[in-house]
Design a protein around this ligand. Structure first.
Ligand code: NDP
Length: 261
């Protein structure tokens, strides 16, 4: 119960990694505001599970690409909770297209969801947290904040920028009692990448690339977020911690070095 009575907001928390984070925070004693766009049934299920844990769950259907809607949601969360202690900017999209065919619309959608919304939510949250001299903000980045993948140029750019925003925010907000960190998932089985992990064979091929030899789970990410949000991580600030089983620690291996299967 490291987060007892802390009030948290997790964007994109009706499913996938965000739902895992929201439930883990509730397990640690926190109340959670859930923000989503389309998953009405899913968000109600997550909210019910949080309430069964004896915690408060608030639910907001908000398009985070819309700054006015985002502002209204943030204002209401802060008003209803009274205090906001933790913001997790998790909502994200990844639209696959070759760089030469990437449309302006795909670029804008990706940047506005993955980066601009995190900036705007953080600014509103941090103004509130600074008045209380207490706050934690965690951005969910990706291994693709540090290494690139083909057909995902706007996604890679948005995540790299989010990693740098983490450092810039940490530098300015640390003296105000607000710690800012990022968690970069490796491959986690969710709807975001369902097409890449469609069959057992595809999953086995993907897992073979990872030194821990397994695909990640939302719990792996949620555990790191809960730790960063807790007082145990009091001196950790401005970091982008990759939770990827060691995937990005490896350079591509030539076959003659590939003895350690
Ligand atoms: P999912 O696709 O499963 O979930 C995405 C979430 O974001 C959903 O809750 C969705 O809501 C929400 N969302 C998307 N657009 C908007 C919007 N405009 N307004 C409000 N909410 C929105 O993704 P994951 O759980 O896999 O990913 C979560 C985060 O982790 C993302 O930032 C992603 O980039 C990152 N990540 C994931 C990896 C993976 O392997 N899965 C790897 C590396 C990083 P709704 O369902 O209601 O539309």
């Amino acid at each position: 119960m490291r987060l007892k009575d802390r009030n948290c907001l997790v964007t994109g928390s009706n499913r996938g990694i965000g739902a895992g984070i929201a439930l883990r925070l509730a397990d640690e004693g926190a109340n959670v505001a859930l923000v989503y766009l389309e998953g009405d049934l899913e968000v109600e299920s997550v909210a019910t599970q949080i309430r069964h844990r004896g915690r408060t769950a608030l639910v907001f259907r908000t398009d985070l690409r819309d700054p006015q809607a985002l502002h209204a949601m943030m204002t209401q969360v802060i008003a209803e909770f009274g205090d906001l202690h933790l913001l997790v900017n998790n909502a994200g999209i990844g639209l696959f297209a070759p760089f030469l065919e990437t449309s302006l619309e795909a670029w804008n959608d990706t940047i506005n969801t993955n980066l601009r919304a995190a900036f705007l939510c953080s600014q509103i949250a941090a103004r509130h947290m600074a008045e209380r001299k207490f706050g934690r903000i965690v951005h969910i980045t990706s291994t693709l904040s540090q290494v690139a993948a083909p057909n995902l140029a706007p996604y890679c750019a948005s995540k790299a920028a989010l990693a740098m925003l983490t450092k810039a925010m940490a530098a300015e907000l640390g003296p105000l009692g607000i710690r800012v960190n990022a968690v970069g998932p490796g491959t986690i089985r969710t709807q975001l990448n369902a097409a890449l992990l469609d069959t057992d064979e595809m999953e086995a091929r993907e897992a073979a690339l990872i030194p821990t030899r397994r695909i990640g789970h939302s719990d792996d990410i949620a555990a790191m977020v809960a730790f960063l949000a807790s007082d145990e991580a009091d001196q950790i600030n401005g970091q982008n911690i990759l939770v990827d089983g060691g995937l990005t620690a490896l350079s591509p291996q030539p076959p003659y070095l590939n003895a350690n299967k």
